[in-house]
Design a protein around this ligand. Structure first.
Ligand SMILES: CC(=O)CC(=O)SCCNC(=O)CCNC(=O)[C@H](O)C(C)(C)COP(=O)(O)OP(=O)(O)OC[C@H]1O[C@@H](n2cnc3c(N)ncnc32)[C@H](O)[C@@H]1OP(=O)(O)O
Ligand SMILES: NC(=O)C1=CN([C@@H]2O[C@H](COP(=O)(O)OP(=O)(O)OC[C@H]3O[C@@H](n4cnc5c(N)ncnc54)[C@H](OP(=O)(O)O)[C@@H]3O)[C@@H](O)[C@H]2O)C=CC1
Length: 309
């Protein structure tokens, strides 16, 4: 059974050997990348954030500013803290901007080929001591690490959505991840105020191995006419106290990401119980990806959002 090593102090010699992370790079300025940059900047760390598209960076900075305002309004941080956090974030389209980062966290689209191409582009710009993490929801850390020049410094650092609010970070070691890297990333997660859960490097790790098949089952319930969007989501919100119904949560995560995770489970575990629901495939093929495209199981142009089935 995995013990959360947060409560099990590492041997002194390991802690002495572990590098201290004092600067962070983030690749991918989508809903997760902007959240990771947000929490690192609030924790006092300088952040370099990169995306394939400059407009995604502008949108990310605006989102971070809005989410910082949520924390100012709740007196969790001051207006000065917000300004200081924003000043710590550098948006760039050039990988050379990562040359002094102690760790670079990848949070790009949940497609293995996209992530591998990013790591191949990143590695030449890293200093020798730099670590690399992926925020992947499901993809093998061992396989991603293998395309880099530093599999011993590569690890899974899986934040939950929305990053400023959710307390958990799942930490996943690849087969080659060394102890100093593990300890340094555990220390970073705790510095960010997060609680860690350590998962083995198997498809979708812990959280999504359990959560996303539940979401897929909710889509099957919709697909087979067992219920409608409203009855399925109400059933789980009022019947089991989930803060969001499974279909609302799927829209929040992104239907493309949910489908990618189911595909990773189906391919990685070779069990038909993980086959993605055809209706989920159809929504993704239609470009109905949920909140991020304005339409998924709900139509977000309506207020309140209206079920689309
Ligand atoms: C897919 C993966 O790989 C792994 C995953 O992430 S799985 C998904 C994990 N996440 C979940 O399960 C989320 C479930 N939903 C929830 O917890 C809640 O609905 C929620 C926190 C998202 C929103 O909470 P809510 O009470 O319904 O809404 P709301 O009152 O607006 O917000 C509650 C708090 O969250 C903050 N918040 C809400 N949405 C936010 C966002 N998108 N970004 C940042 N902060 C947000 C609000 O500021 C508010 O903070 P305060 O209480 O400090 O003011
Ligand atoms: N959504 C969620 O609830 C959670 C997601 N995750 C994981 O986090 C990662 C990101 O997910 P999420 O933020 O939702 O995805 P989004 O689609 O919101 O954001 C992905 C971002 O990555 C950018 N991107 C794509 N390709 C590249 C590239 N080659 N170089 C640089 N940037 C690129 C995209 O730009 P563009 O739009 O221009 O393509 C987009 O801005 C995924 O691995 C996902 O599984 C982890 C926890 C929760």
């Amino acid at each position: 059974m995995n013990v959360d090593v947060k409560t099990a102090p590492a041997p002194a010699d390991v802690l002495l050997d572990s590098p201290v992370i004092a600067s962070v790079g983030v690749i991918g300025a989508g809903q997760m990348g902007n959240g990771i940059a947000h929490v690192c900047a609030v924790a006092g760390l300088p952040v370099v954030m990169l995306d394939a598209k400059p407009e995604a960076l502008d949108k990310a900075i605006a989102t971070i500013s809005r989410n910082l305002d949520r924390q100012v309004h709740k007196n969790l941080i001051s207006a000065e803290d917000k300004a200081a956090a924003l000043a710590r974030i550098t948006a760039s389209g050039d990988y050379a901007a990562f040359d002094d980062c102690d760790i670079v966290i990848e949070a790009a689209t949940e497609r293995e080929e996209v992530k591998k191409a990013i790591f191949l582009q990143l590695v030449p710009h890293l200093k020798p001591s730099a670590m690399v993490a992926s925020n992947t929801s499901s993809i093998s850390i061992t396989r991603l690490a293998a395309v880099t020049d530093r599999p011993e410094k590569f690890i899974g650092m899986h934040f939950m959505n929305p990053v400023p609010v959710m307390k958990l970070v799942e930490i996943i070691r690849g087969i080659a991840t060394d102890e100093p890297t593990f300890q340094a990333v555990m220390a970073l997660a705790h510095r960010l105020g997060k609680t860690t859960a350590v998962a083995e490097d198997f498809p979708a790790f812990i959280v999504n191995r359990i959560l996303v098949p539940m979401i897929n089952e909710a889509v099957y319930a919709l697909y087979e006419g067992v219920g409608h969007v409203n009855s399925i989501d109400s059933g789980m919100k009022l019947g089991t106290n989930h803060p969001m119904g499974p279909l609302e949560l799927a829209d929040f995560i992104g239907l493309d990401t949910c489908l990618s995770i189911m595909q990773v489970l189906y391919d990685g575990l070779s069990d038909s119980k993980y086959r993605p629901c055809p209706l989920l495939v159809k929504y993704v093929e239609a470009g109905w990806l949920g909140r991020k495209t304005g339409r998924g199981f709900y139509d977000y142009s309506q207020h309140p959002p209206r079920p689309t089935r």
